[in-house]
Ligand binder design. Sequence first.
Ligand code: SAH
Ligand code: F3S
Length: 448
Amino acid sequence: MTQKLHIKTYGCQMNAYDSARMAELLAPLGYGLTEDAASADLVILNTCHIREKAAEKIYSDLGRLNAVKRARAARGQPMTLAVGGCVAQAEGDEMRRRAPFVDMIFGPQSYHRLPELVARAARSAGTVLATDFPAESKFDHLPEARIPGAGAQAGFVAVQEGCDKFCTFCVVPYTRGAEHSRAVRQVLAEVRSLAAQGVREITLLGQNVNNYRGEGPDGKTWTLARLIRVVADIAGVARIRYVTSYPADMTGELIAAHGEIPALMPFLHLPAQSGSDRVLAAMNRRHGSGDYRRLVDRLRAVRPDLALASDFIVGFPGESDAEFEQTLALVREVGFAHAYSFKYSARPGTPAAAMPGQVPEAVKSDRLAALQELIDAERRSFNERCAGRTLPVLFEREGKRKGQLVGRSPYMQAVHALAPKSLMGLIAEVRIVAGHANSLAGERMAPA
Ligand code: SAH
Ligand code: F3S
């Protein structure tokens, strides 16, 4: 008997990874994925707690799903409704009161127990709750073999989870728990499994991935740079990325790796958060804006074609107009290829939520608009400067126009080019003829 499973993923790439693993864990129990929540026997919301909006959206989605669940029950088709991820971790007890129709609530460190939790939920009338941080790592309980989506060219592998940095605005240290690295052997097994199935690009994932300290086969603690070198040697792996990094953890060894490992893509997501030293200190970021600038210089010295992406928060408590201007100045100086920017959102239980000088919503909105305008202009300018260059493109899907394929450049830009379908899943050299706001147009180079 097959059962249908619907997973809705909110938030970060770690959640997307976790959702994929949940589906893999439930497949042996006969669960097949469906896009349609209403036809699913088991619905999992894999939630995000990072900003208030993200968390509130869960409750409105739950309300709608409860109506679907009732309609199904009336037809004699029960639906199990489960909430996983960081909202579940942070608000499990409250959620049980606010949405008692939810059958299962489980945190990010408990999803390896899904088969058991599903069985318990079937027997239990109330909500099954699993939000404690287990002493054992879930990674020891996840299958090493992966099931990449059909035709997937890129795959994610979690190497590190959790955060000990405690930026004063952030819930991640509370929802994901302490920093923890996976053993090298487990990581390599997963990469090999993906590569054997045609995945060419591997992104090593972690909340503080550049602070990776996994146990190596030699019993020693391996750094991320060392791990990347070995991943680069795995047959089939053509591209490596890692995300997300903490600036103060960028070691000389890792910077040097960018100049030495061709498979390591020249594109780095390195969140700066602010250009003001006072704000950065109040955020407990452990790096100033000068440190950030020097880091960028060191990276570009070893890899001149390196492009950077960042995250920024506007309207952190106490942020003055002049301090916000320093953020704009940093963005102008570094010239980011891509950046996410957010209005500061006060999160319950974090130190910044209780700080004086909370910034009015209207001021945050103005600052966000100004920053996003600058970031958009920089991205467009970066894309335009790609015109005339020849870039390797990993082709991933068919384009809208006949004969066109769409792939990704080393900088994650979508590249459209006329190309035979036989190039799907392969990397080919493409001459970029135009750069637009969100994509590049290219012409395939004749193979030499
Ligand atoms: N290193 C982490 C970053 C986590 S959160 C990781 O990749 O897992 C992603 C981004 O959300 C942060 O870099 C920050 O810019 C933003 N963010 C985190 N908490 C926030 C808050 N309370 N309000 C607004 N933005 C926030
Ligand atoms: Fe959050 Fe700062 Fe860690 S942004 S994930 S507490 S590095």
